[in-house]
Write a new protein. Structure first.
Length: 391
């Protein structure tokens, strides 16, 4: 690596997914000199359910309607395609997007804010030189005051500065199923959550413009998640009428056991930091929140990179909620049939889980609110089928 690495940036962001691109946008808005790099060329396909909760939309300070595939109205809640509950959420439900278009929109807003963007530019290594870093990429070497690792669950920035095992993850798998238009329309702009869709996890069906995104996830992981997806698809006859089907796998980072997100002037955001919640496996919301917190910390202490402000704000505003998401998920999916019939189907309880999507509550509030309503849903046990009363 050469000693003279050219222009000195305030911030170099590695990874142009939602968390990295939004961090670049927010920091460029502050007047920082920002470089955003990604190994991919854009627009690019990204494996993801593509269901964007309303609380996620609310985090963005610009309009995303140009990339919305569908505006969602609520959810179908079921257990192995039986005893379905319709949950109407209206305009607070969220939207369905394609990540190729959604990510590109955030990048474009970052560029408009003044950030430089280099696609097809992969991170190689970085080293400190006093209070700055020299960053080597396939697109050249750069000097920067801050390095933001936003390069995903298998982050190379994280491996270099925080170690290879800083984040634990589980697999998820999905299928893009192209079916006739009437089949898509039958979902009535609602997403489907099947809480028996796979052992100790759930299955989803998200309607898009020309296909259904169908997948499965468990916070406990799975030794054969591909088979679990095929079994889930087999529960729905309408999915058999497909013109084409594409399978995609990816990893969801559920935990950062070390609790390390900052090494002086090297910060991690999004999947690189392990910021996905355990109940739904949602990462975009927490990734964007970490970008917002990074922007806040940058604004407060740009000239004091080693004061730990980013870590402090994360612990105050984000990390606790992720811990409660793990508690909620492990309790619910350890007894998923019990959870569906006594909790999801109970009107005093399922609204708290809906609030996780709309932004009406966080995982901590959901946990304590559910405990507070225990008398209500236990009192209704006699209305359940005998087999479930004896659960």
């Amino acid at each position: 690596m050469s000693a003279g690495a050219g222009v000195l940036y305030d911030v170099v962001v590695i990874g142009a997914g939602p968390s990295g691109a939004y961090a670049a946008y927010l920091m460029a808005r502050q007047g920082r000199r920002v470089l955003l790099c990604d190994k991919a060329d854009f627009p690019r396909e990204k494996t993801c359910g593509g269901g964007i909760s309303q609380k996620t939309v609310d985090l963005l300070d610009f309009d995303i309607s140009a990339v919305v595939e569908r505006r969602l109205q609520g959810a179908w809640l079921t257990y192995r395609n039986r005893d379905t509950v319709v949950k109407d959420l209206g305009s607070r439900s969220g939207v369905a997007v394609l990540r190729s278009r959604f990510d590109s929109l955030i990048i474009e807003r970052a560029r408009e804010a003044g950030a430089a963007f280099r696609p097809s530019c992969s991170f190689d290594t970085a080293r400190r030189q006093g209070d700055t870093l020299e960053v080597a990429t396939s697109g050249g070497n750069f000097r920067t005051k801050y390095l933001i690792g936003a390069d995903g669950v298998f982050s190379r920035v994280r491996s270099l500065f925080f170690g290879r095992d800083a984040v634990t993850y589980v697999p998820a798998v999905e299928a893009w199923i192209h079916v006739p238009g009437p089949v898509i329309d039958s979902y009535e702009d609602r997403v489907l959550f099947d809480f028996g869709g796979m052992p100790r996890g759930y299955g989803w069906i998200f309607p898009k413009r020309d296909h259904l995104n169908v997948g499965v996830f468990s916070p406990f992981g799975s030794s054969d998640i591909n088979a679990a997806l095929r079994r889930f698809i087999g529960l729905y006859r309408t999915l058999e009428r497909y013109a084409s089907i594409e399978f995609h796998g990816y990893a969801i980072p559920l935990k950062n056991p070390s609790g390390r997100f900052q090494d002086g002037n090297v910060w991690l955001v999004g999947d690189a930091a392990g910021f996905a919640e355990s109940f739904y496996g949602e990462g975009i919301y927490f990734g964007l929140r970490s970008a917002v917190i990074a922007g806040k910390a940058m604004g407060e202490s740009f000239d004091h990179s080693r004061d730990g402000s980013y870590t402090r704000l994360l612990r105050e505003e984000l990390v606790t909620d992720l811990r409660y998401s793990e508690i909620n998920a492990r309790m619910f999916f350890s007894f998923q049939k019990f959870g569906f019939y006594r909790m999801v189907r109970h009107r005093f309880v399922n609204r708290f889980f809906a609030d996780l999507i709309t932004g009406g509550a966080g995982h901590r509030e959901c946990f304590y609110s559910t405990l507070a309503t225990v008398p209500f849903w236990l009192a209704s046990v006699n209305s359940l089928p005998r087999a479930l009363r004896e659960f």
